[in-house]
Design a protein around this ligand. Structure first.
Ligand code: DSN
Length: 442
């Protein structure tokens, strides 16, 4: 029986989401459109199988095909990134990162990562996360120009002698200084872990420097620029195995049974193998390079039209718009106005944000998914024009200072933009553009 007859409600909602993705511009930089082949593997019978353990060392019978699938995923991850060891079981990026702590640190050890409001990730030591509750987190920051403050990283590392230093972020538009940070980590004897979740596809494509010669450990999600299903990978480099020959085994044990996971999601692992297979093809290199060309073009188009962006440009797939010229905490207005026009982005903090993570002053957007659709520089200029028109259109809206006034003000704002003529016209143009670049087609 098919889903549309057994559960028409869920079927309809999936169709509605498919239509939304087809008819709008997906510009959240951590999202992408997977291939139908990835979706087929993800929706396969493999979801039914228990396979706790690792290939050849399982706690359940019947894993003869599952073992081959997981071995293929491991082999492709090693080939794609040029590493001697890979674990493909993490459910996603956060459990992958937590497994790295378990493998390298004791509870209470000092760890360093990029501060969350400065673009860092929750699991790199943000106060609300396990990584700061179980470990002693010393965050580093970015400078006003948006680049990581390497002088501060060195000073904090020497003062604190952390066990683990992270390099990686969720909102960082510049090339990561892997080499410089690895020297600092080596000086203090720390493990150096690079979380390349956002840029993994760019690394494979040669569109961003690889961390593999500098890091001991590399983690990533598989669903961003890598264009796979949601999932995570942990890799150990040659340098990592030289520091600790047991590091691969320690990671395996930290993922299972030591960490957050039971049975691996083998349907997800098969889909990761399919995505890695796609990423190993020559056309993926072109794709990764085009993502960066598109982001640079879009950044140029926005700044030419007077939109302020963090660090005045980008080296990767991402742009962060700084809306503070018209007041703090305004990210929500641009996110909602663009949503209304069929352009999906997310509100985000900017470096030294004068507001809060819930009402941040910026918007984060990126080009991985629209590049998957085949869009190039010409479309970026058009999209840049639409976004800048909407930035101007909402200039008058200011976030109230009083907490109790904020929700009503935003509700009223949403009602007004739903009636806005310019936003309605741009929505129509977005739809026409999307029709020229179909997605999820046979
Ligand atoms: N939520 C992810 C992102 O959007 O970047 C990071 O975990």
């Amino acid at each position: 029986m098919k889903l549309n007859t057994t559960d028409p409600k869920i079927y309809e909602l999936i169709q509605a989401e498919l239509k939304r993705r087809r008819e709008g511009l997906e510009m959240i930089p951590s999202e992408n459109h997977t291939s139908l082949a990835v979706l087929e593997a993800l929706g396969s019978v493999l979801t039914d199988k228990y396979a706790e353990g690792y290939p050849g060392k399982r706690y359940y019978g019947g894993n003869q095909y599952i073992d081959q699938i997981e071995e293929l995923a491991i082999a492709r991850a090693k080939e794609a990134f040029g590493v001697p060891y890979a674990n493909v079981q993490p459910y996603s990026g956060s459990p992958a990162n937590i497994a790295v702590y378990l493998a390298t640190c004791n509870i209470g050890d000092k760890v360093m990562g990029q501060n969350l409001p400065d673009g860092g990730h929750l699991t790199h030591g943000w106060k609300a996360n396990l990584s700061a509750k179980l470990y002693n987190s010393v965050p580093y920051h970015v400078k006003k120009d948006g680049y990581i403050d390497l002088e501060e990283v060195q000073k904090l590392a020497q003062e604190n002698r952390p066990k683990l230093i992270w390099c990686g972020a969720t909102a960082y538009v510049r090339e990561f200084p892997f080499e410089e940070m690895s020297k600092i980590a080596d000086e203090v004897g720390a493990y150096f872990a690079c979380d390349i979740a956002h840029i993994a596809g760019l690394v494979i494509a040669g569109a961003h420097k690889s961390p593999v010669n500098y890091a001991h450990i590399v983690t990533t999600t598989t669903h961003k620029t890598l264009r796979g299903p949601r999932g995570g990978l942990i890799m150990v480099t040659k340098k990592g195995l030289e520091k600790d020959p047991e590091l691969g085994d320690k990671i395996d044990k930290a993922v299972f049974p030591g960490g957050l996971q039971g049975g691996p999601h083998e349907n997800q692992i098969a889909a990761i193998a399919v995505a890695l297979g796609e990423a190993l093809r020559p056309e993926f290199k072109e794709y990764g390079k085009q993502i960066v060309k598109n982001a640079r073009e879009l950044a140029g188009s926005l700044t030419e039209r007077g939109v302020k962006i963090v660090s005045n440009g980008t080296d990767n797939h991402m742009i962060v718009i700084d809306l503070t010229p018209d007041g703090p905490g305004r990210g929500v207005f641009l996110q909602d106005a663009l949503d209304e026009a069929g352009i999906t982005v997310n509100k985000n903090t900017i470096p030294q944000d004068p507001s809060s993570p819930f009402y941040p002053s910026g918007v984060r957007l990126g080009t991985p998914a629209i590049t998957t659709r085949g869009m190039k520089e010409e479309e970026m200029r058009t999209i840049g024009d639409w976004i800048s028109q909407i930035v101007s259109e909402i200039k008058k809206y200011r976030l109230p200072e009083l907490k109790e006034e904020k929700a009503d003000y935003i509700k009223n704002f949403k009602d007004e933009i739903r009636q806005n003529k310019l936003i309605g016209e741009i929505k129509q143009k977005v739809l026409e553009l999307c029709k020229k670049f179909p997605v999820y087609e046979e």
